[in-house]
Design a protein around this ligand. Structure first.
Ligand code: PMP
Length: 302
């Protein structure tokens, strides 16, 4: 994972020189917010998927953590486009980061400067290329998703991801690909970095957003599935409903639309990508590649 240049506080910096001081507040306390965005190669050039929504979420995350980003949203979006151009990438993953820098190292972040960076790099299938057809193996994590009043679920805060890291490490060490976390009451939430959907009797379900990140892919999949004629419902449920679902899949910028073939050693459906998931996955990839007229407004050509 490497590219040529990183955008840091308004300047393009060589990849190897894009560094921070060890006393950066965010490094000690997780006081930063970030985004994960993808740009895809299309017939009309590189297009960023739902850039506006990602930048809106970044600014909302920063607001929740009381950080004022010293750029307008338009300037930030232009910096994202410029960083991709500067690196000559046709398709890439984009990681904007807004973080508390160094001034003092008490827990109080309010005196520390707000620094910004944008890194981009080539990144293929997050859970492996063959996962799109075969599906992945998951387990219910022994770690609960952070309690709703312990941190913010709406904000994509760096420190929140320690919860995801524990769940992911446990899953990998137990020989599966990804974790599914329950909330502190035992209701299903999401993966370590993905929203969760399941299908029962032709109806598509997903968890309500109170206890999960408001995923932009989740939102896209709900709209697209409804346009395709599927009924989509938000539902609080326990792990047992997942065990008896016909299909199960993750959505996310990194994970895109990834089928789940197993959870806690229960096989889901036929143990491969199910028909509803496949329909949605095909549509999703056509949309991001600019092949669907109806959803062209989701693409930002650089
Ligand atoms: N949940 C979590 C915890 C995540 O980190 C992500 C990735 N941003 C998602 C869901 C999916 O969100 P999106 O579709 O906006 O990438």
């Amino acid at each position: 994972m490497k590219a040529e240049k990183v955008w840091m506080d308004g300047k393009m910096v060589d990849w190897d020189k894009a560094q921070v001081h060890v006393c950066t507040h965010a490094l000690h306390y997780g006081s930063g917010v970030f985004e994960g965005i993808r740009a895809y190669e299309t017939e009309k050039g590189t297009a960023i998927f739902r850039l506006k929504e990602h930048i809106d979420r970044l600014y909302n995350s920063a607001k929740i953590l009381k950080m004022e980003i010293p750029y307008s949203k338009e300037e930030f979006k232009q910096a994202v486009r410029n960083t991709i151009k500067e690196n000559n990438l046709k398709s890439c993953y984009i990681r904007p980061l807004v973080y508390r820098g160094f001034e003092q190292l008490g827990v109080n972040p309010l005196k520390c400067p707000v620094n910004c960076a944008i890194a981009v790099w080539e990144w293929g299938a997050y859970l492996g290329e063959e996962a799109f057809k075969k599906g992945i193996r998951t387990k219910i994590s022994s770690y609960a998703r952070s309690y709703i009043n312990s941190t913010s679920q709406k904000a994509k805060i760096c420190g929140n991801y320690v919860n995801s890291i524990f769940a992911k490490m446990e899953a990998i060490e137990e020989g599966v690909d990804e974790a599914i976390l329950l909330d502190t009451q035992g209701y299903v939430t999401e993966g370590s970095g993905e929203n969760l959907f399941w299908v029962r009797n032709g109806v598509i379900y997903t968890t309500p957003t109170a206890t999960v990140l408001e995923g932009i892919t989740r939102d896209a999949v709900i709209k697209v599935a409804q346009d395709m004629g599927y009924q989509v419902q938000e539902k609080r449920t326990g792990r047992d409903e997942l065990y008896i679902s016909d299909e199960l899949f993750f959505t996310g910028t990194a994970a895109e639309v990834t089928p789940i073939r197993e959870i806690d050693n229960y096989q889901i459906g036929e143990g491969k990508c199910g028909p509803v998931t496949e329909n949605i996955q095909k549509k999703f990839f056509a949309i991001v590649k600019g092949e669907e007229e109806k959803y062209l407004s989701w693409l930002d050509y650089i």
